[in-house]
Write a protein that binds this ligand. Sequence first.
Ligand code: ATP
Ligand code: AMO
Length: 460
Amino acid sequence: ERNFVAVHELSSHLEKGLLWVRGRVHTSRSKGKQCFLILRQQSSTVQCILAVGDIISKQMVKFAGNIPKESIIDIQAKPVSVPNKIESCTEQTLELCVEQIFVISQAKAQLPLQIEDASRPENADDDGLNIRVNQDTRLDNRVLDLRTPANQAIFRLEAGVCRLFRDILTEQGFTEIHTPKIISAASEGGANVFTVSYFKDSAYLAQSPQLYKQMAIAADFDKVYTVGAVFRAEDSNTHRHLTEFVGLDLEMAFKYHYHEVLHTIGNTFTAIFKGLRDNYSREIESVGQQYKVDAFKFLEPPLILQFSEGVAMLREAGVETGDEEDLSTPNEKLLGRLVKAKYDTDFYILDKFPLAIRPFYTMPDPSNSTYSNSYDMFMRGEEILSGAQRIHDPEYLIERAKHHGIDTTKIAAYIESFRYGCPPHAGGGIGMERVVMLYLGLDNIRKTSMFPRDPKRLTP
Ligand code: ATP
Ligand code: AMO
C-alpha cells in the first residue's frame, strides 16, 4: 500500500524518509546523469530529481525524461530541503529525491496547448518569445485549459457562489425547488426560445423558471430558490451572453412592501461578496496571478437608486436618454462608472424601472403607472439580476399578458394558480457565470463557464 502525500503538505514530511506522491508531469528535462521533473497536483508544483547512483539507473533517468507532459505518475521519493528557493514551483523550499517512478496514465506526446503558455499572466511583458493561447484554442481543448491555476481557482470560486447562495437563503427559511426545463410555453415572452421535438408535439427549453417559482409561492412554499440551467436562443455574440447559463433564481412572499424582497436579495449579494472575500482569498489571488483583478467594492447595506435618478446622472454626464428608455449596454456601463465615482461601490440596485420595458408579469407602481415595482442589480456596471413584484391578480395578469401580445391560453395553468389565492410576492433571477466574471473583473463570460454554449459553440 502506498502512503500518498499531497504536494502542498510535503513540507511537514521533511526528513521523515520515503513517501509516495501522485501527480502530473508538468515539465521534465534530462541533463546527462540527472533528470529534473516538475510534478503538478492541481495548482501545486514541486521539483523532483532523479540522479544516477545506487538506486537510479541511467535507463531510469532517460525513461523519466521521456514521459510525455501531463502524464500521471506515481513516485516514491524523499523530500529534502533546498538551500535556494525554487522560483518555478509552489513548493519553493524543498524537492523530492526520487527512488521509484511509475506511469499511471500516459498523455499524448503532442499537446494542443501547453499549460505553461495557457497560465501566463495576461499583462506580462511580451518580448515576442511568449506564446499566447487564444480563446478558441482554449475552449476547443477545454480539459487541458481547465488545468491552469487560474481556471482551477475560477471554478472553485464558482462552486463557492452556488454554495453561499444556497446556504444564505436556506438559513433564512428558503426552500430549494426544481422546476421543469422542458416546457410548453415561453415564460419571458419573445421569440428567444429553443424548440425541441417532444414525441408527436414540440416543446421549449425553459428560458427562465419564472412561472414555476411563482406557482410554488401560490402553493404556499413562501420563500423558494432554484439553481438550474436557463436557455436563451439569442444570437448575441457578446462578452456576456451565453445560450445556456446557470440561473440562481429566488421568489418570496412579502407582507407589506416589495422592498422586503429587494432588501433580502441585496443583503444576499453582500453576504455572497463577504463569503467570497473571506473564504476564497487563495482562489482570488490565484486568478490575480494571471488576470488583472481589482478588489470588489460594496456597501452595507447596498446602495439603492431610483431608475429616474440613474437617468438624471446619465443626462448630467451628457447622454441623451428617454425617461422610459431601457439602458443600453454602453449607458449601463457608464452609469456603473458614475456610481462608482460618486459612491465608491461596484454593486448597486436600480429600483422602479419604467413599466413599458419590463415583462408582462411585472407589477406597476401603484402611485405612478409609468413606472413599476421592479429592479435590476449591477456589478461593475453590468446587469447581474432582474427582478420585480409580480401581478398576483389573475384578471389583471391576463390584461397585461394580452397587452404584451401573449397567447394566454398557453399559460392558462400559470394564470389559474392565482385563482385560489396567492400572497403578494416578488423575486429575481441572477446569472451565475456573470457573478463570477464580474466579481473577478474578467472580460468574458466564457472564462467562467466550464463548457460554454454560445451561438457559435456547441462542443465540447
Ligand atoms: P442582458 O441585459 O445582459 O442582455 P437580459 O436577459 O436582461 O440580459 P436583454 O434585456 O434582452 O437581456 O438585453 C438588454 C441589453 O443587452 C441591451 O441593452 C443590449 O445592449 C444588450 N445586448 C443584447 N444582445 C446584444 C448583442 N447581440 N450585441 C450587443 N449588445 C447586446
Ligand atoms: P433576465 O432575462 O434579465 O430575467 O435574466 C436574469 C439574469 O440572468 C442573466 N442572463 C444571462 N446570463 C448569461 N447569458 C445570457 N444570455 C443571459 N441572459 C440573462 C443576467 C440577468 O440579469 N424571469 C426574470 C427574472 C425575474 O424576474 O425573477 C429573468 O429571467 O444576469
